[in-house]
Design a binder for this molecule. Structure first.
Ligand code: CO8
Length: 261
């Protein structure tokens, strides 16, 4: 495993085929300011461009994944500042990475923190995790995709209750309503995330990219368009070396040796 590389607001490391991003602004419960956005997006894009990486894990501290966008940095902004600022654009680049991303969430995932988790493909939650969109309490609304992704994740009525009231849910409720993939004991969170990420990263990269693109389309496109994309991606994988290897290994009753081509 690589040593942690420390930036101003995050740490990164590589463990086998898994790239780790750890939010590291403990003094502000990992609140997301423009520097965090810049550093997280740069790290995610660098991992995404690296064919040696097959999965990314983003995590925070025991106390907070991220307690939201940085309220102190936003307080004095005007509507125009927010409208022309680059904040939304930066986080969209994170949502657009091709590589599967696991959010490993302990403690608070509120506002932008919950929205960041929802930009990922899998959300593993410690039993200490708490999710919510409390923006309404501040006189605003979710601004990093929360109103859209939460409705898609948990359905309109649950999402509306949470967004309109700002109520925070604990890990077991988050799992029950479909906001997280799985809840694990807090002390096992990183071990579970590492195991899942390694399992994903061992799979052939062309199929991982195709699966993620097709899954994304299920949230974004009408059914007919999503089905067309799936059909196209499914066919395209038959021109990859890993499809030949995967199917040959099955026939020969051996483990596949993927080259990620
Ligand atoms: N922004 C800035 N600082 C924060 C934030 C935040 N979101 N959350 C916590 N902090 C700071 C606190 O101010 C405090 O700093 P200090 O010691 O200097 O006063 C430190 O972190 C520790 O926090 P607390 O003392 O409050 O810790 P508690 O354990 O008492 O409470 C809570 C923890 C419940 C998480 C509490 O801190 C809290 O309610 N935080 C705010 C949660 C929130 O409202 N989040 C939503 C923010 S708005 C948002 O996310 C909009 C997203 C859209 C952005 C679009 C792109 C621009």
């Amino acid at each position: 495993m690589d040593e942690d590389r420390r930036n101003t607001t995050i740490r990164t490391r590589v463990d086998g085929r898994v790239g780790w991003i750890t939010l590291d602004r403990p003094e502000a419960l990992n609140a997301l300011n423009s520097e965090v956005a810049r550093e997280v997006v740069a790290a995610a894009l660098a991992f995404d461009a690296d064919e040696g990486i097959g999965a990314i894990v983003i995590t925070g501290s025991d106390r907070a994944f991220a307690a939201g966008a940085d309220i102190k940095a936003m307080e004095g902004l005007t509507g125009r500042d927010v409208a022309v600022g680059n904040h939304f654009h930066a986080w969209q680049s994170f949502a657009d990475v091709r590589t599967p991303v696991i959010a490993a969430v302990a403690g608070y995932a509120l506002g932008g923190g919950c929205e960041l988790a929802m930009m990922c493909d899998v959300i593993l939650a410690a039993d200490t995790a708490r999710f919510g969109q409390p923006e309404i309490t501040l006189g605003v609304i979710p601004g990093m995709g929360g109103t859209q992704r939460l409705v898609r994740a948990v359905g309109y009525f649950k999402a509306a209750e949470l967004v309109l009231s700002g109520r925070i849910v604990e890990a077991d409720e988050a799992e029950r309503i479909g906001l997280v993939s799985r809840v694990v004991p807090a002390e096992a969170l990183h071990e579970e995330a590492a195991a899942l990420a390694a399992a994903i990263a061992s799979k052939p990269l062309p199929a991982l990219y195709a699966a993620k693109a097709a899954l994304d389309a299920a949230l974004e496109a009408p059914l007919a368009e999503g089905l067309r994309l799936e059909k196209h991606l499914f066919a395209s994988l038959f021109d990859t070396a890993d499809q030949k290897e995967g199917m040959a290994a099955f026939r020969e009753k051996r483990e596949p040796r993927f080259t990620h081509r």
